[in-house]
Design a protein around this ligand. Structure first.
Ligand code: ASP
Length: 315
């Protein structure tokens, strides 16, 4: 079956997930983003690539960084951006997702940026819209968060240059994390030789090894010698029942403190997709410390989202 994100020429037309994306497509996004990054230093930060196009931000779940950086990215590409206030829209009156999309398409939408609590919602929309409309997944359930995955790869490439000699650890609530899934697909596609996941058994999905990762339940063992640490937030909103004794207990075993960070390579970088829960998965001294690149990830996210939007729109 053809990858629904790629057109007949193998070009990206929607971004729904990193799974199944060829390495060349990922590298093209990263290279394009690198060409946009210097724009941030200019007095005029805009390019006219999406001039006259209408971008609709549809966030059915909360967001700070992703929604705002998509808006900034679209504006830097000179698009017109419409942020739907979902709570005040007819979705809250029972309108179906596809009826909402039909109505916005009737307003000449060119690009939908969609975040939804249901895995697969952006995929459904992409199958439904007219061929000239593009869909970007901004996070669907626990399935995928491809632009976060791509900005994480951009960040790693920026600091570490080469993917093929790295050990990367992803730590925490892997079970509920769409970021973990997108990062794992991206890292393995880019040729990272060792991807580790570190989590308590209750927060590990079954069959992780089949994704090409090494599983650790002991934080000290898993962090030994790693070059990159990606911390994950405990996704309390997606937990059903008690999967953990308490936040304090979790912090004791899996919270990233200076002591635990010292087990990684001396030049290891610390990443987190945000929002951070200080004192739960990460200690403040690490979050604000010299090895943290967490706010740089946010900045890189603008160039990466510009790249994704301009590429899918064929600009
Ligand atoms: N902001 C990321 C997401 O939307 C990570 C998180 O919420 O923990 O998946």
């Amino acid at each position: 079956m053809r990858n629904p994100q790629l057109n007949r020429n193998g070009e990206l037309t929607h971004l729904l997930s990193i799974e199944g994306l060829p390495r060349a497509v990922i590298n093209h996004v990263l290279d394009t983003a690198a060409s946009y990054a210097p724009l941030a230093e200019n007095e005029v930060k805009k390019v006219p690539l999406l001039h006259g196009k209408s971008v609709f931000n549809l966030f059915f779940e909360n967001s700070t960084r992703t929604r705002t950086t998509f808006e900034i990215a679209a504006k830097r590409l000179s698009a017109d951006v419409y942020n739907l206030n979902i709570n005040a829209s007819s979705a809250s009156k029972g309108e179906s997702l596809l009826d909402t999309i039909n109505n916005l398409s009737a307003m000449q939408a060119d690009l939908f940026v969609v975040r939804h609590a249901s895995s697969g919602a952006p995929h459904l929309i992409a199958q439904h819209v007219a061929p000239h409309i593009h869909v970007i997944n901004a996070g669907d359930g626990r399935h995928a968060h491809p632009t976060q995955g791509l900005l994480d790869m951009y960040t790693i490439r920026h600091y570490k240059k080469d993917f093929t000699n790295l050990t990367v650890a992803i730590v925490g609530d892997v079970l509920h994390s769409r970021v973990a899934r997108s990062d794992i697909h991206a890292l393995t596609t880019l040729g990272v030789p060792e991807v580790r996941v570190i989590a308590p058994l209750t927060l590990l999905p079954a069959g992780m090894e089949s994704l090409g990762v090494k599983v650790f339940t002991d934080m000290a063992e898993g962090l030994k010698g790693v070059d990159v640490i990606i911390m994950l937030r405990l996704q309390n909103e997606r937990m059903r029942g008690a999967l953990l004794p308490s936040a304090q207990e979790y912090f004791k075993h899996y919270g990233l403190t200076q002591d635990k960070l010292a087990l990684a390579a001396p030049d290891a970088i610390v990443m987190h997709p945000g929002p951070m829960n200080r004192g739960v998965e990460i200690d403040s001294s690490v979050a604000d410390g010299k090895q943290a690149v967490i706010l740089n990830q946010v900045t890189f996210g603008i160039a990466v989202r510009m790249a994704v939007m301009s590429i899918v729109a064929g600009a």
